[in-house]
Design a protein around this ligand. Sequence first.
Ligand code: SAM
Length: 283
Amino acid sequence: MNLESFTDQVFNQDALEGMKLLPNESIDLIIADPPYNLGKDYGNDSDKRESEEFLRWTEKWLNLALTKLKPNGSLYIFATWRYSPEIFVFLKSKMIMLNEIIWDRKVPSMGGSTRRYSSVHDTIGFFAKSKEHYFDLDSIRIPYDEETKKARSRSIFVGKKWLEVGYNPKDLWSVSRLHRIHAEREDHPTQKPLEIVERMVRASCPENGIVLDPFAGTGTTAIACLQNNRRFITYELNPEYYELILNRINRIKDFFLEPPELPKNNHSSEKNKQMSLFLEGKN
Ligand SMILES: C[S@@+](CC[C@H](N)C(=O)[O-])C[C@H]1O[C@@H](n2cnc3c(N)ncnc32)[C@H](O)[C@@H]1O
């Protein structure tokens, strides 16, 4: 079947069945946030497997997904310390490992583990199929604030590109996990912040390119694609999450059709704030 018939769609389907139908080497980027095998309740048993079975299943879906990736495509995979060693060793036999990104979830210090250290991060593997992988650094640079710019005003820094355009993100990403007070928060145990997924989409998929997310959850990847002019293909087993994703997508489409009036000198942070309020139904 032709690729266009799958794009910008959410499928209420097992990703292993759905991905089989996609043409090989057609996807620019895979963002995978699979069950971590920590016993979470997704309304199914997908996060409650025996270790060996979990690893065999992981290799199976990865083998299938990688056949769909273009030769210059890349993959981000969310994991935790429990299985990231095995998963990364497996992926290193197939791909080039570019980074191990640590997502510091900014967990507040309140008690925690008493017989070992409290775990407060997710591990994200970033892999490419070849050295020619697509990576648009300029789209994800972090601008310096005025104070830092001033502090770097010595003559040796004047005219430096990085000072003007911002610095390149490091492999430690400190972004708060989502709480009830966050406008984008949906009813799902492991929803990822848009800020994280949007960075991946912008850096590693060209405009109009296609992002494949086998494990949609609340559809964060789909939303990040809609907001950044990329296309998506995504799967979710749980019919309730599937409905939730469709609602989330409809709200964002409404936002683009009828954007609220923004202040004249609005910049992107104001737009994002308005969009968050709108998505939450407050605008
Ligand atoms: C870690 S969550 C993804 C969260 C998502 N990144 C977000 O931001 O909302 C994994 C999701 O994969 C779904 N899932 C598990 N096995 C699946 C399969 N074989 N095919 C499709 N979805 C699956 C689960 O129901 C769960 O919602």
